[in-house]
Design a protein around this ligand. Sequence first.
Ligand code: NAD
Length: 298
Amino acid sequence: MTAELINGTEIRKEILAELKKEVEGMKAKTGKVPGLVTILVGANPASVSYVTLKVRTAEELGFHEIQDNQPADISEKALLALIEKYNNDPTIHGILIQLPLPKHVDEKKVLNAINPDKDVDGFHPVNVGRLMIGGDEVLYPPCTPAGIQELIVRSGTPTSGAEVVVVGRSNIVGKPIAIMMAQKGKGADSTVTIVHTRTKDLAAHCKRADILIVAAGVPNLVKPEWIKPGSTVIDVGVNRIGMNEKTGKAILRGDVDFDAAKEICGKITPVPGGVGPMTITMLMKNTVRSAWKHIEGK
Ligand code: NAD
């Protein structure tokens, strides 16, 4: 059996088209559009390319977009003042600080200075707490886990009562997706197990999974014999395993042995082109949500 591919690039297009319509509707109804500021400190090449992608996507959707580049030696005080300025700017609904920040700046302090109502990344402790409570309390689910859940839902994978095994317990992927899948509601209601580096028998847990979500950052960690036949496999891992000499681009692999796994599972995400395209997409969705909330109190 060859598994159905869960195509993140196509699902991304679908969601962006929906968001674009929503932004047009917002503009027609209220005369306003979502506003997003991306603060980039310094010029780390990976950060620059990531920010460029965010800015381009926001522009395509018709957002009011500000890319605020700051020098690498900006003081913590000046950065906090900048955040305060955007916290008080009614045309801005989402504030992003591109990480990592230079060492002389306290990253935690800076991130915590963002008004939780404008924290469209969903990393502020207030939003992490809201995610834990679930339901209507959730303002902005963190973007990669939200993208994973969207892929599961849009691929038609049943989640209610399903055994979900999450490999990895990071704050940005493993822990939040585990909480989201265990909550009540659509695309959730699952029975969730989190496994990690101290887990005794990784294979035994993975074999039980109707939905296996792997976010370890270890290429080919998940072996084909760990996969339950017919299950859905979401491979979050992005590992650079070499360089394509012709194109000069990195060769990427996930955490799952894709070629072998696709002969066993029912659905699977590729790397690249699976979870990757979803993160910025969900960031845009959170920004639209924030704009409605600020404009109409929705
Ligand atoms: P992390 O390093 O913070 O966490 C990895 C987790 O995996 C840890 O909790 C660790 O306990 C667990 N782990 C590592 N090796 C393991 C092993 N051998 N057995 C069992 N558990 C193991 O990483 P992260 O930030 O959660 O990212 C994980 C992967 O997902 C990385 O490859 C990263 O590049 C990728 N990622 C992709 C996206 C995206 O596509 N948009 C977003 C975020 C992260």
